[in-house]
Design a protein around this ligand. Structure first.
Ligand code: NAP
Ligand code: G4F
Length: 323
């Protein structure tokens, strides 16, 4: 019998890579998709898996649709990846972010508790919960100090996952993932904004790239590696929480230099600092300690930042040259 998986956020970056991973393992994959006025399945089409997923219409904010999705998919595993995931937008839409990224996690956990208590659950927690960092390298015991409505909402999602595990003995795990990128990254995030601009500048379609705080530092990995850690968490006998990171950090400036160098350009000739892209409160630096994931899951990041940036620039060169 094939295992069943339900993925919320299946049309997003991680949802697409995770769906591919699970399909390759023989799972039957169901995806909760919110109704939108335009087609949102471009990532699934790029990976060639759009027709292999069974879509169930629904919205995380709508408890009824979440319940229906759990009942219909009869999942062995539920991956809750759906979210308003852009930190910058969370100051413009703080309440929506709070509902979808925070409270709605309880919709999924309650649906599991009531209708499918044997399902294993994964919650997409985030290094943004560390925010104003309380330790030089952040691990599972580092205190949280979120710096955005997004980080605050995700902290609720994280703790309600821990709470349902402890209260109802659900197999509910929380992956505290540091930034992970890919050619399927949304264009609003800084890495993809940079690689898309590098391709356009190289091909003569754009002159400058306007950015905010390029001294911010992130622990960046490759999304394709990170979805394996999600799956591994749900294969363990005991549910638990894990930091997933590379253990290295680099600034936006460093990342820009790598991307421009890849096509023989100097970022200093093209990057313009624009105050519009500064945030009301910044997370200056993130650096994860993935020792527990290495020890217990046997997981470690395989892709270096230079390899990741090269992969993204190459993909954007192909896309832009086809336009
Ligand atoms: P993403 O590309 O922005 O994808 C988010 C997904 O959530 C999309 O499929 C989106 O659907 C869906 N969604 C948004 N609002 C929804 C709603 N109300 N109901 C149902 N679905 C909804 O994000 P990602 O990078 O794949 O990240 C996946 C998850 O991991 C998110 O929860 C994110 O917060 C978390 N996370 C990401 C990172 C990272 O570096 N990527 C790090 C730590 C944690 P539409 O396409 O229709 O909008
Ligand atoms: O790429 P970003 O928008 O990602 P951010 O805020 O770190 O959030 C991402 O990673 C989190 C995990 O830590 C996820 F939970 C979250 O869902 C998302 O996937 O910004 C990275 C850094 C920030 O410090 C930002 O201020 O880049 C800085 N930055 C500088 N100029 C910019 C820009 N960010 C964006 N998006 N656009 C700019 O022009």
């Amino acid at each position: 019998m094939n295992k069943h998986a339900l993925i919320t956020g299946v049309t997003g970056q991680d949802g697409a890579y995770l769906a591919k991973l699970l399909l390759d393992k023989g799972y039957r994959v169901y995806g909760l998709v919110a109704r939108r006025s335009t087609d949102t399945s471009w990532r699934l089409r790029e990976l060639g898996i759009a027709s292999d997923i069974e879509f169930i219409e629904g919205d995380l904010a709508d408890a009824c649709s979440v319940q229906r999705a759990v009942i219909k998919s009869r999942p062995d595993e539920v991956y809750n990846l759906g979210a308003q995931s852009f930190v910058g937008s969370s100051w413009d839409q703080p309440v929506t972010t709070g509902i979808v990224d925070g409270l709605a996690v309880t919709h999924v956990l309650e649906a599991i508790r009531q209708f499918s208590p044997e399902s294993r659950f994964y919650q997409a927690s985030t290094s943004e919960m560390f925010g104003l960092i309380q330790a030089e390298r952040q691990d599972e015991s580092t205190p949280f100090y979120p710096r955005s409505p997004y980080g605050v909402a995700k902290l609720y999602g994280h703790w309600i996952t821990v709470n349902y595990r402890e209260s109802f003995n659900l197999h509910a795990s929380s992956g505290i993932l540091f930034n992970h990128e890919s050619p399927l990254r949304g264009i609003e995030f800084v890495t993809r904004k940079v690689t898309d601009a590098v391709a356009r500048i190289k091909l003569g379609k754009q002159k400058e790239l306007r950015l905010g705080n390029i001294d911010a530092k992130r622990d960046w990995g490759y999304a394709g590696d990170y979805v394996e850690a999600m799956w591994l968490m749900l294969q363990q006998d005991q549910a638990d929480d894990y930091v997933v990171a590379t253990g290295r950090t680099a600034s936006v400036r460093d990342m820009c230099a790598l991307a421009f160098e890849h096509v023989g350009l100097n970022y200093q000739d093209h990057v313009v600092i624009d105050p519009r892209f500064f945030r009301p409160a910044e997370v200056d630096v993130l650096l994860g300690n993935p020792a527990k994931a290495q020890r217990k899951l046997g997981w470690s990041a395989r892709t270096t930042l230079a390899e990741l940036v090269a992969m993204m620039v190459e993909a954007d060169l192909r896309r832009v040259s086809k336009e």
